[in-house]
Design a protein around this ligand. Sequence first.
Ligand code: 3PG
Length: 403
Amino acid sequence: MGMNETSKDFLTLDDFDVAGKTVLFRADVNSVVINGKVQMKERIVENAKTIRELSEKGAKVVILAHQGRAGGKEFLPLEQHAQLFSKLLDLTYLDDIIGPAARTAIKNLNSGEVLLLDNVRLLAEETLDKTPEEHSKSIFVQRLAPLADIYINDAFSVAHRAHASVVGFPMVLDAGIGRLMESELSALERAVHHIERPCVYVLGGVKPEEVFDIIDFAVDSRGVDYILTTGGIGNLFMCANGMIPMKVDNNLLESVSRAKRIQGRAGNKIKYPWDLAIELDGKREEIPVEQIKPNQPIYDIGHKTIEKYSEIIKNARTVIMKGPAGFYEKEGFAEGTRELFKAISSSKAFSLLGGGHTSAAISEVGIDRKEMANAHISLAGGAFLRYLLGEPLPGIEVLKIKK
Ligand code: 3PG
């Protein structure tokens, strides 16, 4: 499937003459924040490309975006995002969203100018549990929509939220998708609805609750041939199968019994590591799975596993990877994650990599993104997961061309 099939369901930038028009642009620049500092730049870099295209075509661009959740530690104004954006394009930042200052600034925009408004989640209306129709009647939408001509959503990663800035505006304005959204949708469609086999899922990371749903789904899917487990989820499944000893406390009880139920129907589809890396005297040491002691910390997959998994990946036509293979941030334990990325980059398979940490891990283990040219690296977390599971995303549904 190429870009065209996705384009048939949505209007893209190619369908609008944006010169002189005011475009409300939903971006997702939501980032991890460490010590008050906004970390992730990939979303900003990718959104900036679409914004630049709009600006070069003469649009007046008004960016709507969020950061964190009200009351949370990562809930910040968008000032730092403006600074990061300003390295890539000229823009003005305003700490207002729907007040007189914002509305005057929007009205005064000239062709090609870009304005970033403040965190849309400062408005309580943004996140209310409402239908698109109801959101379109919010003060937020009612104040800004009359000042704009077109709504463009480039925020695939927030498309699973039925929020005002995501579903409200498309109800009252001509609406389409941005370039980042276009590439995310076309890659996901290819990996999910037009699967070329053999298809391999490589699942790791430390959040079992997210990965469980995918494993559950992939076990039943006739299009999926193998599920290679790594990281915390692999350990959990091995524990459930009695392959490694683990003291199961109450927190883990539910996960372990879910893993047992899934494995019961999985046959040979799920693969487990043969060897694992532990720390001995401050150094990496690899041991066969059966030699793991009760509750011994496991930091990576071992080389025999890397070799066998890489072989399967190299023979695949589709690879979907989520979650690192080990504790790659810890010195000496990035090998599993790095080697699996390398197997993906040298495989002829079309690959889809997703989940915020997976994307960050690529650079952090020292892989140049250019080497991963055959892979689509999704910048989405929750939206990526839901799409994989075949769930409709409210932010996407409202943008579909009515046929
Ligand atoms: C994300 O980072 O996944 C999106 O920006 C959505 O954020 P949320 O989970 O706070 O809605």
